[in-house]
Design a protein around this ligand. Structure first.
Ligand code: SAM
Ligand code: SF4
Length: 332
């Protein structure tokens, strides 16, 4: 029911519940950020209402993201409401992307709400490097979160942004860590989103094609046909027995089978992470004359206008003007 003009069906919603975060990853944010006024945020009830409309329109997978979703107050109210939708509607999967700093407190409740697998963002297992990349993060809390999540029965996938500043020896340590704990690992190419202060995108950018080459020169990697319905392509690693994924928006365009839309915590629906095309739901949600059906019609029209592909470009020499929003606004 949510179809675009390129015959792609949208069945996956990434829902950002806050733009705030307790870390400041150097590729995601500037150190000093002005966050959205709390009054502009959709309430948890409004987030549930929009989710219900999306699900009626055929969305069967929702990923909660942010900012850091687990810093949103009472976020379990949302997870529990969405969990109920999995029992009485066609929502099939509820997942989360988190930096894991608060995960030890929430893992058990997430399982009870119906979450089965989560993505944890972790770019390095080196404590000092982690602290530098996140500007002040402590890796111990993240490792504790992962540990508690695994014990609670959650399947954990690690997402790591490929960065020029990370020495390949550290990448191999992350590969080892994931293999030891039986965690799938996916590398993501850095995308030019928002002003990140003093750092230059061109200095951060490491093409995944070159990381993949370094990995294949060191490890025995063979293509895997595994798919999670997302944009990653996977390789099997003979030495560790684990899978390694690659999400490369710039060196391997994956838009042709995109099934996703994103909604920010203020109710802006973006049909592509790398385009500005959007619809504003907040005024509609707060107008008592607007029904769920009216909102559904807006979503149908918005998806129909989804662009063919993203507009990201960074190379060693140049970056196209970054999108004027940070990744923490739309969610990764
Ligand atoms: N705070 C949560 C976390 O870090 O998992 C969820 C939100 S975060 C914006 C989602 C994902 O986006 C993370 O995996 C993060 O590494 C990734 N990300 C942030 N900025 C990025 C950028 N400019 N390019 C590529 N990935 C980015
Ligand atoms: Fe926060 Fe996630 Fe962005 Fe890092 S990537 S600053 S953890 S929102």
């Amino acid at each position: 029911m949510l179809k675009d003009s390129f015959q792609r069906t949208v069945s996956y919603l990434r829902l950002s519940v806050t733009d705030r975060c307790d870390l400041r990853c150097t590729y995601c944010m500037a150190e000093h950020m002005t966050f959205l006024p709390k009054k502009n945020l959709l309430s948890l009830d409004e987030l549930l209402r929009v989710s219900r409309i999306f699900v009626k329109l055929g969305v069967n997978k929702i990923r909660i993201t942010g900012g850091e979703p687990l810093v949103r107050r009472d976020v379990m109210f949302l997870f529990n409401g969405l969990g109920n939708m999995m029992q009485d509607s066609s929502l099939h999967e509820l997942t989360l992307t988190t930096n894991a700093t608060q995960l030890h407190k929430y893992a058990q409740d997430l399982v009870l709400a119906g979450v089965k697998r989560i993505n944890v963002s972790l770019d390095t297992v080196d404590p000092a490097m982690f602290n530098t990349l996140t500007r002040w993060g402590k890796i111990e809390t993240v490792l504790k979160g992962i540990h508690v999540a695994l014990n609670a029965g959650l399947k954990v996938k690690i997402n790591a942004v490929a960065l020029a500043s990370i020495d390949f020896s550290h990448t191999l340590k992350l590969v080892d860590f994931c293999a030891q704990h039986k965690l799938d690992l996916t590398f993501i190419e850095v995308m030019p989103m928002g002003d990140i202060g003093n750092e230059q995108r061109t200095d951060q950018y490491l093409p995944l094609s070159s990381l993949k080459k370094q990995l294949t020169d060191t490890l025995t990697l063979t293509p895997s046909n595994h798919s999670t319905g997302g944009p990653a392509s996977y390789m099997n690693c003979a030495e560790t027995g684990a899978r390694i994924g690659f999400i490369a928006p710039q060196t391997a365009n994956f838009c042709s089978d995109c099934n996703r839309v994103r909604m920010t915590c203020t109710g802006t629906v973006y049909t592509c992470l790398g385009q500005s095309h959007s619809a504003e739901l907040l005024p509609l949600l707060r107008d008592t004359n607007i029904s769920d059906n009216d909102i559904a019609q807006v979503l149908i029209k918005t998806v129909a206008d989804k662009k063919k592909g993203h507009n990201f470009l960074i190379s060693k020499e140049q970056t196209l003007d970054p999108l004027d929003r940070h990744m923490n606004v739309t969610g990764g």
